[in-house]
Design a protein around this ligand. Structure first.
Ligand code: Z5A
Length: 212
């Protein structure tokens, strides 16, 4: 893909079950990188600020009903509407820390019974992360954290299926971190792993596309 020899930012994705600590750790990683002088931004999917994101938000809070395939494609469209901005930020040297990405899309929809390859298809051509950090926590432990709210997928039985789907989706490049450790320990481990990748991207690792 174009842009292979330029110094660029890294695309770092955090994935994991509900309540695994993605949001807490994304913010801490952002602060660490900024504190070290890197240009970095925190993004999250779904991005509920766009019109597509508002449809997703209404669905997640049970204010609207949508067919499983329809909501899957909306989640994907929500990433596509950000793809070109994502690429330009990375090429201008900004590292993006992204709280959930295509893996959530495929894991949650396939946990409902949709075919995995069908779920992956609309994600093909989105930017591939340089690093996937998987916050690993048993669904039962995650459920104990602060209790689930009223959103659609916040049920233990469903989260168990999602965990299995994540497991089937993972590839050897993912970095698993035990999300049951104290917050500060996880923070330190994520920072070390992330810094290696930020450095590799600065010295010219090319951007690539998902699942081609
Ligand atoms: N979804 C989808 O279906 N398709 C897609 O393509 C995408 C998403 C992108 C969006 O949820 C829903 O959409 C999500 C997947 C689906 N549904 N579910 N489930 P979201 O991203 O808006 O919300 P979330 O992922 O469920 O985030 P969350 O509830 O905010 O969880 P989190 O970010 O992983 O955790 P946290 O907010 O950092 O921490 C949760 C609590 O645990 C909090 O009280 C912390 O203080 C505590 N915590 C965190 N770390 C620790 C440690 N280490 N020890 C003890 N306590 C901790």
């Amino acid at each position: 893909m174009e842009g292979g020899n330029e110094s660029r930012g890294a695309l770092i994705v955090l994935e994991g079950l509900d309540r695994s600590g993605k949001t807490s750790q994304s913010s801490r990683l952002l602060s660490s990188l900024e504190g070290l002088g890197y240009s970095a931004e925190l993004w999250r999917f779904p991005d509920r600020t766009t019109s597509v994101g508002q449809m997703i938000s209404a669905y997640l809070s049970n204010e609207s009903q949508l067919d499983d395939r329809t909501i899957h494609l909306l989640f994907s469209a929500n990433r596509w509407e950000k793809r070109s901005l994502m690429e330009s930020k990375l090429k201008s040297g900004t590292t993006l820390i992204v709280d959930r990405y295509s893996y959530s899309g495929v894991a949650f929809s396939s946990a409902k019974g949709l075919d995995v390859e069908w779920c992956k298809a609309p994600e093909i051509g989105l930017l591939a992360p340089d690093l996937v950090l998987y916050l690993d926590i048993p669904p039962e432990k995650a459920a104990e954290r602060g209790g689930y709210g009223g959103e659609r997928y916040e049920r233990l039985e469903f989260q168990r299926k999602v965990a299995q789907c994540y497991h089937a989706l993972r590839d050897p490049s993912w970095k698993d971190v035990n999300a049951c450790q104290p917050i500060e320990d996880i923070e330190r481990q994520l920072r070390e792993i992330a810094l290696d990748h930020v450095t590799a991207c600065k010295i010219g690792r090319p951007l690539s596309n998902l699942w081609l």
